[in-house]
Design a protein around this ligand. Sequence first.
Ligand SMILES: Nc1ncnc2c1ncn2[C@@H]1O[C@H](COP(=O)(O)OP(=O)(O)O)[C@@H](O)[C@H]1O
Ligand SMILES: O=c1ccn([C@@H]2O[C@H](COP(=O)(O)O)[C@@H](O)[C@H]2O)c(=O)[nH]1
Length: 210
Amino acid sequence: MKKTIVIGIAGGSASGKTSISQQLKDRYENTQSVVIIRQDDYYKDQSEKTMEERVKTNYDHPFAFDNTLLVKQLKELTMGKAIEKPTYDFVQHTRSHSIEHIEPSDVIVIEGLFVLENEDLRNLCDIKIFVDTDADIRFIRRLLRDVKQRGRTLESVVEQYTSTVRDMHNLFIEPSKRYADVIIPEGGHNMVAIDLLMTKISSIIQENVV
Ligand SMILES: Nc1ncnc2c1ncn2[C@@H]1O[C@H](COP(=O)(O)OP(=O)(O)O)[C@@H](O)[C@H]1O
Ligand SMILES: O=c1ccn([C@@H]2O[C@H](COP(=O)(O)O)[C@@H](O)[C@H]2O)c(=O)[nH]1
């Protein structure tokens, strides 16, 4: 009988979670056996708030996410049901208007800050991964990424990092590392770890074919 395997990838902001997931997506694109779900897409809608109010939200606290919806939709996927997934706009700090239709698949990768911190999410994961990248490297990566891709200024990245991101990471994310089965140092360019992960995923897909 076909069993869906859930792989959880947690880690701090800019640790390399999305880069790893993207490589898995690219590798298995043709097989349609792997689907990637980003916890970021489940940030709560803030369309009722002004931009001034949105900027003040603490996006690094678990309360910023609709994890109830995320857990419900993950369960639906593992039960073989398709979902209509929300998407998130980092520039506007709120949900986008587009919804993504996601079909169930052999392997579901769920990546996000609180994937191992949240007990319900953690319990849904068959393989738990923590991407472990030093804080100074994460800060540099985030600064470059957020200025280039998320419409931020240098000052706003520094202000957000020192006011919330750093403390919330130490409070919620770093301690969740102890739940990991596998720790991947440095993130997106760790080809040995990514190859091992791909070998495991390929064997899961193969078992489901037989
Ligand atoms: N090993 C790495 N070396 C250098 N840059 C990296 C590495 N892994 C990721 N990056 C870059 O760092 C930034 C943050 O990575 P990303 O995968 O978005 O992290 P996360 O999803 O954990 O926030 C991106 O611009 C990405 O290209
Ligand atoms: O509206 C938003 C939502 C989130 N953020 C920041 O994004 C990161 C999470 O994304 P990663 O890809 O894991 O870095 C989180 O640390 C929030 O601070 C935001 O600035 N605005």
